[in-house]
Design a protein around this ligand. Structure first.
Ligand code: PLP
Length: 397
């Protein structure tokens, strides 16, 4: 069969693949400790479930307007106004089947052959593949661990060409847990305005911030940058609703309308019941997320401290999201039972096979010296996992 050429440019999501392998091993009775999952291990809050149950009972089970129900788009507009001080009309908001789908609609509406999109490394896996699926060329912007993965002045603008359409901003970042401070965001905003770029600001981890930090959206830096920014967000991470599949985009009307047209010809509306649940989630306010983040914060301290005690491993303290991104450069080149471990992927396979620990290797995030460990798992798993990691690494020669 001759498939479309675009299919050969991409791979299945490696994070989902590792999570599936870990689940399959657990189903076979193996005691797998899973640090691969990118989802809160908390249950969806009861009022959200109740809203979904009510929606089912009341027969809210039919097609909705393709771009999302008015009630939800209104709740999103109110949130953006209250938290970022930005007024979006409902026509500037598109609700989709998860933030990943919002990003995909955006890639389809914006990118075509010859276009370039700047993606800072390390990056969330799907930015790259979605650009490739839409015939664009990802231009990777290196950042440095010792800078806290900030974008250094001058380095971004050097990559801009007449073909550059957009830049990705993901703060807090998956996989590094880094956040961009005001000066980094101002720098990116200045380049975007000067060079006429669209900023894709993925803010899905905005509520998962530590040490009292407040979220700062690049769109809130002024009207010029707001007019060229598409905010991507959703309820998956903040309200433990990964399976409900509700995300949204807010941005320039022309672009959102184009994305809405694409959605109307592909998925139609996001699930009617999940939309009602998302309205309830947005009305919950802070208490649920604050409690969840307090727990993530304790786990963060524990896992980062534990990782830093392992010879050959160093780990920065993440400022947001729920991932530790340890540098394992010191372990590469050592020998395991099946030979020398030269790459993060080989190290991750060694951990899975020899210690039943599932982690995601750095390569799909653009790193050749890191592993990603999600600490959205219990303290018990973290304690046991750290012990196992230490024992497994100690066996390397
Ligand atoms: C950075 C980032 N953006 C977007 C998403 C997609 O989230 P959703 O579940 O809403 O599709 C994820 C999920 O892992 C993510 O890590």
């Amino acid at each position: 069969m001759k498939l479309a050429a675009r299919v050969s440019r991409i791979a299945p999501s490696p994070t989902l693949a590792m999570a599936a392998t870990a689940k399959a091993m657990a189903a076979q009775g193996l005691d797998v400790i899973d640090f691969s999952a990118g989802e809160p291990d908390f249950d969806t809050p009861d009022p959200v479930k109740a809203a979904a149950e009510a929606a089912i009972r009341e027969g809210f089970t039919k097609y909705t307007p393709s771009s999302g129900i008015d009630e939800l788009r209104g709740a999103i507009a109110d949130k953006l106004q209250a938290e970022l001080g930005l007024r979006y009309e409902k026509s500037q908001i598109l609700v989709s089947c998860g933030a990943k789908h919002s990003l995909y609609n955006l890639a389809e509406a914006l990118l075509e052959v010859g276009d370039e999109i700047i993606i800072p490394i390390p990056y969330w896996v799907s930015y790259l593949d979605q650009a490739l699926l839409n015939d664009a060329t990802p231009i990777l912007l290196p950042t440095r661990e010792e800078d806290g993965y900030a974008v250094r002045a001058g380095e971004l603008e050097r990559l801009v060409t007449p073909k550059t359409k957009a830049i990705i901003v993901n703060s807090p970042c998956n996989p590094t847990g880094a956040t961009y401070d005001r000066s980094t965001l101002e720098h990116i905003a200045a380049v975007a305005v000067r060079q006429n770029l669209i900023v894709i600001s993925d803010e899905i981890y905005e509520k998962v911030l530590y040490d009292g930090a407040a979220h700062l959206s690049i769109a809130s830096l002024g009207p010029e940058i707001a007019a060229r920014t598409v905010i991507i967000n959703g309820v998956s991470k903040a309200y433990a609703m990964t399976g409900w599949r509700i995300g949204y985009a807010a941005g320039p009307k022309e672009l959102i309308t184009a994305m809405a047209n694409i959605q109307s010809q592909s998925t139609s509306n996001p699930c009617s019941i999940a939309q009602k649940a998302a309205v309830a989630a947005l009305r919950l306010g802070e208490p649920f997320t604050v409690k969840m983040v307090e727990e993530f914060s304790r786990r963060r301290d524990m896992i980062v401290e534990g990782l830093n005690k392992i010879p050959g491993v160093t780990c920065r303290m993440p400022k947001g999201a729920f991932y530790a991104f340890p540098n394992i450069k010191g372990l590469l080149g050592k020998r395991g039972p099946s030979g020398m471990l030269k790459t993060p992927s080989e190290l991750a396979n060694f951990l899975l096979n020899e210690a039943q620990i599932a982690v995601v290797p750095g390569e799909p995030f653009g790193s050749h010296e890191h592993l990603r460990l999600s600490y959205a798992t219990s303290m018990t798993n973290i304690t046991r996992g750290l012990e196992r990691l230490q024992q497994a690494f100690a066996k390397l020669t």
